[in-house]
Design a protein around this ligand. Structure first.
Ligand code: LLP
Length: 440
């Protein structure tokens, strides 16, 4: 963190890192060394993103929503920087603990939790009694009680207001999430009577909320403030009021970044006076612009109406374009690094290797004419990139490298074809080729 003349902590990092800010020569060299496709995450940028959040919300408790990018190196860096970890599953709680987070820094937000998750987390609670479990249904409280849990409890409410970049990520009014806010006081009073340590209320309006949805954010936070006061009157003091994550990032190169100070101001005004700490838990904001996905061009084809550029990353590597029609910036690193921008620009449809028509990163986008062997970079891939990757079409998932100051390290190796079939129990029997019984 930079320190100004008054000794006041300042962070002067830019509000967004654009794809054009990355060094094309350095990125191409990473593909030379580690192969393609390749995820790259710059931990320094992750730290900067945290510091800007911390500066905008100096009195709030900041947690990182692990689901955006659960890479151990990222969790460790975020943890060390000072944020807590919000976990969506037992698997994420496990990774948070492995990254060195103490129980007090972990909140597990249980959404229709499978029995196995509750078993695992309640077991972990024995060793980490300060962890918090957030429940979004009354009967999750019963299921916790059945397992002997009477620890720190937070209630996720459904505030009836949603916002976000796509219908599929607007959670605040979706029936699936949270207990209807009007039942919260009764549910918490009951939980307190049963001996739970009631510590907070929580809601998450949705993901990818931009400045133009600030009114929805304000209304949502105001409802949380009212509820916090009602709960304090009827049940007792809360430790925190968690208003979730959802802070949007600009995916288009000319899109303005979120005005964090404006969001922070709106949040403070809307929540009113509460006798509890405000919590926020962004995911995307920490990691999106700290990550890029690099991919080799393997085919260039003149189709009837466009040029189709085939790359070795696809919807199995980065699902967002196929799933939400999300825009991601794309850059031809080879053209930028070697030809100094001299190539002709033509409309291109960049497609992956998966047998689905939705496996397309962009349609008719004007880019320097791609050639076989070029390396392309897909920007803003640090959030919900690798996390949503799959092995569909029996495609091994890519490797991930992290940049950490001057250091570069392979944080997760590329999967192999053997990794794809490793879990097939019958077929992995050592003697399957020699034993006709096991050959089907
Ligand atoms: N807290 C809760 C309870 C959440 O469900 C989420 C995201 C977050 C925090 C973090 O939201 P963020 O700050 O990252 O927007 N796969 C989608 C995004 C799904 C978000 C799900 N919940 C995408 O790629 O856009």
């Amino acid at each position: 963190m930079n320190t100004d003349a008054d000794g006041e902590a300042q962070d002067r990092s830019p509000a967004v890192r654009r794809l054009s800010d990355w060094d094309p020569v350095r990125l191409e060299a990473l593909v030379d060394e580690h192969g393609s496709p390749l995820y790259v995450l710059d931990l320094d940028r992750v730290r900067e993103n945290y510091r800007r959040l911390d500066r905008a919300f100096p009195d709030a408790e900041i947690l990182y929503a692990v689901k955006a990018n659960a890479l151990g190196d990222a969790l460790e860096a975020i943890r060390e920087a000072g944020a807590g970890l919000e976990c969506a599953s037992a698997g994420e709680v496990k990774r948070a603990l492995e990254a060195g987070a103490p129980g007090s820094a972990i909140r597990y937000t249980a959404v229709n939790p499978p029995a196995r998750d509750l078993d695992w987390v309640v077991d972990a609670w024995d060793d980490h009694p300060d962890l918090t479990i957030t429940v979004g249904a009354e009967d999750t409280i019963d299921r916790l009680a059945d397992r002997g849990y009477d620890g720190r409890l937070c209630l996720r409410v459904n505030p009836g207001i949603g916002a976000g970049h796509h219908e599929k990520v607007r959670t605040g009014a979706a029936a699936k999430f949270g207990v209807p806010a009007e039942r919260a006081v009764d549910v918490l009073a009951d939980a307190a009577d049963r001996g739970f340590d009631v510590v907070g209320i929580h809601a998450h309006v949705g993901s990818g909320v931009q400045s133009d949805q600030l009114d929805a954010h304000r209304e949502f936070v105001a409802r949380m403030g009212d509820l916090a006061r009602d709960v304090a009157d009827a049940v007792g003091d809360l430790e925190f009021v968690d208003v979730g994550g959802g802070f949007g990032v600009p995916y288009r190169e000319d899109e303005a970044p979120l005005d964090l100070d404006a969001v922070a101001r709106a949040t403070r005004e809307a929540i009113g006076k509460i006798d509890a700490t405000l919590s926020i838990e962004p995911g995307r904001y920490f990691v999106a612009d700290a990550g890029v996905l690099l991919t080799d061009v393997n085919t260039v084809k003149d189709a009837r109406e466009t040029t189709v550029v085939g790359v070795d990353a696809g919807m199995t590597t980065l699902a967002r374009p196929a799933m939400y029609d999300s825009f991601h910036p794309i850059r031809n690193l080879t053209a930028d690094a070697t030809d100094g921008g001299a190539r002709e620009t033509i409309p291109q449809t960049i497609s992956g290797p998966i047998c689905e028509s939705g496996d397309v990163f962009c349609t008719d986008r004007e880019l320097p004419a791609s050639e076989r062997g070029d390396v392309l970079a897909i920007g803003n891939a640090g959030a919900y990139g690798y996390e949503m990757a799959s092995q569909y079409n029996s495609r091994p998932r890519p490797a991930s490298v992290v940049l950490d100051g001057g250091d570069v390290r392979l944080a997760r190796r590329r999967e192999t074809f053997d990794d794809v079939t490793r879990l097939e129990t019958a077929r992995s029997a050592p003697d399957r080729d020699s034993n006709p019984e096991t050959v089907r």
